[in-house]
Design a protein around this ligand. Structure first.
Ligand code: NAP
Length: 359
């Protein structure tokens, strides 16, 4: 397999995408086209797509052309033997759990978007800017599997936006509790997710698949620590309410939070947000935003259409920081759900693994 140095010299590492025909899978295919380290070599989907060319099987919906090199690949069935040792998963969660375990047990590194393994006791729920040290769990996972393969997951799309927005505050001031209300774009439900007749002229105050529970639990693992063979959750409590709204891309959320020691120096919090940085920035990873969390000064920002594409969709934007009459502070945050919230996050995770020599 090419080394990190080979990758930098131009021999790109062959990778496969599981669930390549779906909403997240198409983002992987798009983002991999010009990736400097990874080359899309294999695409995998359900029996409905297997055996067809990717161009024929994928109902391509993105606003860039389907890459010709991807269009000609033959779609492989789930479970097929793969030549790639690195696999990205955008599989439907009904099949992701078992399939990802199966590939990891066969020695493959699986970088997944799906929810199935996020809370496993030895699986990192990774946001490289926040918890790169959670990769310590991989040794334990490899021992359990008796294999060199392993799974690394990225959080739920809203969780990534929330965790990135609050990490600078948690790290510098400490958080006691928070309430978040999300307004989530329709692309988050996948192509077959919400019919246009249900969502146009409407807001749906429910998202299935345990969305609120994920947002209430995942940030505590992410902002917690890996210590002596186990994860210790961050102690703060979260209450989440989620809504599906008729935007295409970009999950917007309003957040109210209570700081551990009270008080609220808004200028110091803005400074913590703007100066927040992490391992991807230090390592200069190809998908890393220069500034992971932007602060928008305008009183009516962030907005999905205007702010979701900051730093190619990899930066989270925060704005409207002000005192909260019930808790200490409140603010608005925005994340591009299929880039930073899904495929882009997984690519950044894999870049960190490569830079650390773990592939
Ligand atoms: P999607 O558009 O419905 O795509 C699902 C993919 O899984 C398709 O490629 C589909 O292949 C494949 N698949 C379905 N059943 C299968 C089976 N029995 N065997 C093999 N492959 C099968 O879903 P999505 O929105 O991309 O979401 C994919 C995963 O990422 C989900 O677990 C979701 O929770 C997670 N996620 C999504 C987002 C987002 O913003 N959309 C963000 C973060 C995480 P066919 O086309 O052949 O059916």
């Amino acid at each position: 397999m090419p080394t990190h140095a080979d990758a930098r010299r131009g021999a790109r590492i062959p990778v496969a995408v599981l669930g390549a025909t779906g909403s997240v899978g198409q983002r992987f295919v798009q983002l991999l086209e010009a990736h400097p380290w990874f080359r899309l070599a294999e695409v995998v989907a359900s029996g409905r797509s297997a055996g067809r060319s990717y161009g024929d099987a994928a109902d391509w919906r993105l606003d860039t052309l389907l890459p010709a090199s991807a269009a000609s690949l033959e779609v492989k069935p789930l479970g097929a033997e793969l030549e790639s040792r690195l696999v990205f998963s955008g599989l439907d969660s009904s099949v992701a759990g078992e399939a990802e375990d199966d590939y990891a047990n066969r020695g493959v590194v699986v970088v997944s978007n799906s929810r199935n393994h996020r809370m496993d006791v030895d699986v990192p729920l990774l946001i490289p800017e926040i918890n790169a040290e959670h990769l310590g769990a991989i040794d334990r996972q490899r021992k359990r599997r008796g294999s060199n393969g392993y799974i690394v997951t990225n959080p739920n799309c809203s969780t990534i936006g929330l965790a990135m927005a609050i990490a600078p505050i948690e790290r510098r001031f400490g958080i006691d509790q928070l309430h978040v209300t999300t307004m989530q774009a329709i692309s988050g439900a996948g192509y077959a997710g919400v019919s246009s007749y249900a969502i146009l002229d409407n807001v749906i105050p429910f998202i299935g698949g345990g969305e609120e529970e994920k947002i209430e639990t995942e940030p505590r693992k992410i902002l917690g620590r890996w210590e002596s063979e186990r994860f210790i959750d961050a102690p703060f409590r979260i209450s989440a309410q989620v809504n599906r709204v008729p935007t295409i891309d970009g999950h917007l959320m309003t957040i109210s939070l209570k700081l551990r020691d009270g008080g609220a120096d808004l200028d110091a919090i803005r400074d913590a947000i703007r100066s927040f940085t992490g391992e991807p920035q230090r390592l200069g990873l190809p998908s890393a935003p220069k500034q992971p969390v932007h602060y928008a000064d305008e009183q009516d920002r962030p907005q999905p259409r205007l702010d979701r594409d900051r730093e190619d969709g990899m930066a989270v934007t925060v704005g409207r920081l002000r005192p909260c009459p019930l808790l200490d502070i409140r603010m608005v945050a925005l994340v591009h759900n299929t880039i930073r919230g899904a495929a882009g996050a997984a690519l950044l995770n894999a870049e960190l693994l490569e830079a650390r020599g773990m592939l």
